[in-house]
Design a protein around this ligand. Structure first.
Ligand code: UD2
Ligand code: MN
Length: 286
């Protein structure tokens, strides 16, 4: 009979792509970091729809497959805030996503861009992601219309941060949060591995994008608002005076310093409910 034939039809035959504008967005959000929920409480409140490892896949439509990569060391309080605010946002944004916290092993000099390269690689070992969002652990968007997905050009999402008076500090600023499709990321040979310590790596990435003939896509200053958890400069992430000089060389170095020269080893992978925590040894200098 006809009724049972319809109900036996495979589900995928009826699922179309997710809409360009997710229907459940609410717009501006209240974001503050002085609440007193523990990580356990946060998990109770936001993790119910998630698969282990901080994974979620919408069932109502076919979504972009997005790996969110967070460079990390010793910022657990910030990570709690990030998870508390971002999971509900990402759920409303209808993304097929996973959260990858890439933890730098040891006490050597920090290297944000190399960690993000490692995150790209590790995420792809797990799932066929087509989009990569790279985010500082301390940045929370305050408007859910700022979509964590990929566009026809590399995207800079963190355009209006509280710490910069809700505007870009300079026109070519590319720090904080960005997204790249797999093709866009490969086209720039990923990120540089050689920016140790604080500063410069985001400007190098911006240059890579323009040198490969792409432009930067951005949300407007209303939708692109962010709050950064206030913090001091960490130990072993001092501004590196060599980094600004390296920027003159990007044009010549980008083809040999990037995803094609990346070397690191995985020390440990831990699947938490709200995220996948991957500790990597990136051979950091003391
Ligand atoms: C700015 C940019 C950032 C990057 C950096 C220069 C903003 C909001 N962000 O960040 O994108 O370009 O300058 O390198 O302006 N981290 C750890 N543990 C550490 C050190 C760093 O987890 O010990 C991670 C964490 O994800 C952090 C990120 O690296 O958010 C950037 O470091 P930061 O927050 O100390 O630097 P900040 O705020 O000046
Ligand atoms: Mn910061």
């Amino acid at each position: 009979d006809v009724a049972s034939m319809t109900s036996d039809a495979p589900a995928y035959a009826t699922i179309g792509p997710c809409p360009d504008i997710p229907p459940k967005l609410v717009g501006p959000l209240r974001v503050e970091f002085d609440y007193h929920r523990s990580l356990d409480k946060v998990r109770e409140e936001v993790a119910e729809p998630l698969q282990n490892g901080g994974r979620f896949k919408p069932t109502e439509c076919v979504a972009q497959k997005v790996a969110v990569i967070i460079p990390f060391r010793n910022r657990h309080e910030h990570l709690k805030h990030w998870l508390y605010y971002l999971h509900p946002i990402l759920l409303r944004q209808q993304v097929d996503y996973g959260i990858y916290v890439i933890n730098q092993f040891g006490e050597g000099v920090f290297n944000r861009a190399k960690l993000m390269n490692a995150g790209y690689f590790e995420a792809l070992k797990e799932y066929d992601y087509d989009c990569f969002v790279f985010s500082d652990v301390d940045l929370v968007p305050t408007d859910d219309r700022n979509l964590y997905r990929c566009f026809s050009n590399p995207r800079h999402l963190a355009v209006a941060m509280d710490k910069f008076g809700y505007r870009l500090p300079y026109n070519t600023y590319f720090g904080g949060v960005s997204s790249f499709s797999r093709e866009q990321f490969l086209r720039i040979n990923g990120f540089p591995n050689t920016y140790w310590g604080w500063g410069g790596e985001d400007d190098d990435i911006y240059k890579r994008v323009t040198f490969r003939g792409m432009s930067v896509s951005r949300p407007d200053l209303v939708i692109g608002r962010y709050k950064m958890v206030r913090h001091k400069r960490d130990l072993h992430n001092e501004p590196n005076p060599k980094n600004p000089d390296k920027l003159h060389m990007t044009h010549w170095t980008m083809d040999k310093d990037g995803i094609n020269s990346l070397k690191y080893t995985v020390k440990e992978i831990v699947k938490e409910k709200m995220f996948t925590f991957i500790t990597v040894d990136i051979q950091a200098p003391a």
